[in-house]
Design a protein around this ligand. Structure first.
Ligand SMILES: CC1=C(CCC(=O)O)c2cc3nc(cc4[nH]c(cc5[nH]c(cc1n2)c(C)c5CCC(=O)O)c(CCC(=O)O)c4C)C(CCC(=O)O)=C3C
Ligand SMILES: [Fe+2]
Length: 341
C-alpha cells in the first residue's frame, strides 16, 4: 500500500522551567496521581533546568532515519507537549497528506505503552476533520535489531566495570490492574510485563547471560494501589545484601535516554549503588544507534514493500491500528482509575 508520510509519535517533555507543571498536568490529567508525587517529579525536571532531553533525542533519531535515505517526509508530534500531535496532524492535512504510517516511540503492548498512543491518534483526528488516514506500526519489542542494540549497550556498559556484575533489566512500572488488562482478554492479560520479560530473555540469550533480573522503575500513583515491583533502587539494596558487588542496569522498557532514564537510573540508582560501594553502569538505549533507524525503516517496509516481519518471540504481532481503533477487541483497555481524592 502507498503512504505519503511517517508520523513519529512520542511522549513529549518540557523545554524550560515554566513548561514543567503544565506538561505534568497534561501527563496525569484526571488520573489520581497525588500532588506530592507531581512536586517530586517537578523537582527532577527542574534539576535539569526544566528541560527533558526527550524532544532532542526524538529529533536525533528522526535524523538518523532520514540519513538512511528514507523517502517519505517525517513529521514529529507528541502526546503531552509541543509539538502536540493535534497540531502536527493539522499541518499534515494542510500539506496534502492523505495516508500516513505512525511510529510510536514505545516497543511494547499495554495501555500506557500502546493503547494510549491510539487514543492520541483518535484525539488528533477528532481535532482535524478529514485529516489523513493514520496507520500505526506494530509493537517491536522482539525485533532482532531492537534486541541486538540493547545487547551491545550491555556489552559496552559491562566493559566499563572492573569486577563481576549482576545484569538488571528495568522498565517503567504500571499499575498491576493495567498490566492485567494488557493485551486481548483471550491472551490472559499481563502482555506488557510478559513482553518486558521476553525482551530481557532475548537480550540475555544474545549475550549468553543466564542469571539476570527484571525489575521496575518510576512508579507513580497513590501508594495504596499496587504497581509492578520490585523497584530498581530497592533491588540494588537487595543485591547488595546478597553480596553482589557490581550491577549493569539495562532500561529495556525505553527507546531513548529521556528523563526517566537520566533521573531514576543515572541519578537515583547510581547514587544508591555508590552509597553501597557497588560498581554501577547503565546500558545505552537504542535511540542514536543506526540499527534503531534501520528498524523503523524495516517496520515501514512491512507496509510499503511487503518486507518480512522479523521477530524473535512467539508473541502474536500486535499494535498495528487504523485511525486509532483498537488492534483487537478490548485490547489493552485503560484501567478503571479511582477518582481523585
Ligand atoms: C509504560 C510507560 C512508559 C513506557 C512507554 C512509553 O515510552 O510511552 C512511560 C514512558 C514515559 N513516561 C514519562 C514521564 C512520565 N510518566 C508519568 C506517569 C506515568 N507513566 C506511566 C507509564 C509509562 N510511562 C504510568 C502508568 C504513569 C502514571 C500516570 C498515567 O497513567 O499517565 C509521569 C507523571 C509523573 C509521575 O511520574 O508520577 C511522567 C512525567 C516519559 C517522558 C520522560 C521525559 O520527559 O523525558 C516517558 C517516555
Ligand atoms: Fe511514564
Amino acid at each position: 500500500m502507498s503512504f505519503d508520510a511517517l508520523l513519529w509519535l512520542s511522549f513529549g517533555g518540557p523545554e524550560g522551567p515554566e513548561d514543567v507543571r503544565p506538561f505534568l498536568e497534561n501527563v496525569v490529567r484526571g488520573r489520581g496521581v497525588p500532588p506530592e508525587r507531581l512536586d517530586e517529579v517537578e523537582a527532577h525536571y527542574q534539576h535539569f533546568g526544566g528541560v527533558s532531553p526527550i524532544n532532542r533525542l526524538n529529533l536525533e533519531a528522526i535524523e538518523a532515519v532520514r540519513a538512511t535515505g528514507f523517502e517519505l517526509p517525517i513529521y514529529f508530534g507528541n502526546r503531552n507537549w509541543h509539538p502536540m500531535v493535534e497540531d502536527v496532524v493539522a499541518q499534515m492535512k494542510a500539506d496534502g497528506i492523505k495516508r500516513a504510517l505512525v511510529f510510536p516511540t514505545s516497543a511494547y503492548g499495554g495501555y500506557s505503552a500502546c493503547r494510549q498512543y491510539d487514543e492520541d491518534i483518535v484525539r488528533a483526528l477528532q481535532a482535524v476533520p478529514d485529516g489523513p488516514e493514520l496507520v500505526k506500526l506494530r509493537q517491536f519489542f522482539d525485533h532482532p535489531l531492537f534486541i541486538s542494540s540493547f545487547a551491545d549497550g550491555i556489552r559496552a556498559a559491562a566493559a566499563s566495570l572492573n569486577g563481576p556484575y549482576r545484569l538488571v533489566f528495568t522498565a517503567h512500572s504500571v499499575p498491576v490492574s493495567a498490566d492485567k488488562a494488557a493485551g486481548p482478554p483471550a491472551e490472559g492479560g499481563y502482555r506488557y510485563s510478559r513482553q518486558i520479560v521476553e525482551a530481557s530473555r532475548l537480550v540475555a540469550a544474545e549475550l549468553g547471560v543466564t542469571e539476570y533480573d527484571v525489575v521496575w522503575q518510576s512508579r507513580s500513583g497513590p501508594p495504596q494501589i499496587p504497581w509492578l515491583e520490585p523497584d530498581v533502587v530497592d533491588h540494588i539494596d537487595a543485591l547488595h545484601a546478597k553480596g553482589v558487588t557490581g550491577v549493569v542496569v539495562c532500561p529495556i522498557g525505553f527507546v531513548s535516554d529521556h528523563l526517566e532514564v537520566v533521573w531514576d537510573l543515572d541519578t537515583e540508582a547510581r547514587d544508591r549503588a555508590a552509597e553501597l560501594g557497588m560498581e554501577f553502569a547503565r546500558a545505552a538505549t537504542p535511540n542514536a544507534d543506526p540499527r534503531f533507524a534501520e528498524l523503523v525503516v524495516e517496520l515501514v517496509a512491512e507496509h510499503t514493500a511487503d518486507a518480512p516481519v522479523r521477530k524473535l518471540s512467539s508473541f502474536a504481532v500486535a499494535g498495528c491500528t487504523v485511525n486509532g481503533a483498537p488492534c483487537a477487541p478490548l485490547c489493552c483497555e485503560p484501567a478503571k482509575r479511582p477518582a481523585r481524592a
